[in-house]
Design a protein around this ligand. Structure first.
Ligand code: IMP
Length: 188
């Protein structure tokens, strides 16, 4: 089985390759920009996947993710990319100064589309807590801030393999992979 992953983020490509290996899915990576409409993760993923499938005339997946912090009314959420490049992790820690409720979730939505079919979406969520200081140099973006539930280390301290066992992206891609196996076998 093969699937084309549309993303400009090399970290996501590495993570997805590791996860898909276990499902015997070969990943082809295309860095095709697609319009990121403003809206929920599911809207962004559906729109992006449909756009890319029609443009490339092939089945594709896109993945859209974000960090949602409960005490900040689920900010930065769909603004995660913009907030990362403006406020950064230090800015998030300032907003969380003296905040007791440190619960947060990473959410990931995989959108799958073909030029002929309606898009499908697959959600993955991992709960955890925002730490008080950045920890670790692995991963990317908010990883050093986020300690997944039942772990003593942040995503920034985990290896790629360890993050891939439990991450939001693991959960959405795994859901997609299980569904895709049936989808391709029905086609043959
Ligand atoms: P995107 O729009 O799906 O690329 O993700 C939006 C932003 O969420 C990214 O630019 C990162 O700042 C953040 N993000 C998404 N996934 C992760 C992750 O696994 N670790 C850390 N930050 C992430």
């Amino acid at each position: 089985m093969k699937v084309t992953f549309i993303t400009g983020n090399q970290h996501k490509v590495k993570e997805a390759q590791g996860i898909f290996q276990q499902f015997d899915i070969k990943l082809e990576h295309v860095d095709l920009g697609y319009p990121e409409i403003q809206g929920k993760l599911t809207d962004v993923a559906c729109y992006g996947a449909t756009y890319a499938a029609n443009k490339l005339k092939t089945p594709v997946i896109v993945e859209d993710a974000g960090l949602f912090i409960r005490a900040l009314e689920w900010f930065p959420g769909t603004y995660s990319s913009y907030v990362q490049s403006t406020l950064g992790n230090e800015g998030i820690l300032k907003l969380m100064k003296n905040v007791q409720d440190r619960y947060a979730e990473f959410r990931s939505v995989v959108g799958f589309a073909t030029p002929k079919t309606e898009p499908e979406i697959f959600l993955g969520v991992v709960g955890g807590h925002i730490v008080h200081h950045e920890k670790g140099k692995e991963g990317f973006a908010y990883d050093p801030l986020f300690k997944p539930e039942c772990y003593d280390q942040t995503f920034g301290e985990l290896t790629l393999e360890q993050k891939n066992e439990i991450s939001h992206r693991r959960r959405s891609l795994e859901r997609f992979a299980n569904w895709y196996r049936d989808f391709t076998s029905k086609k043959d």
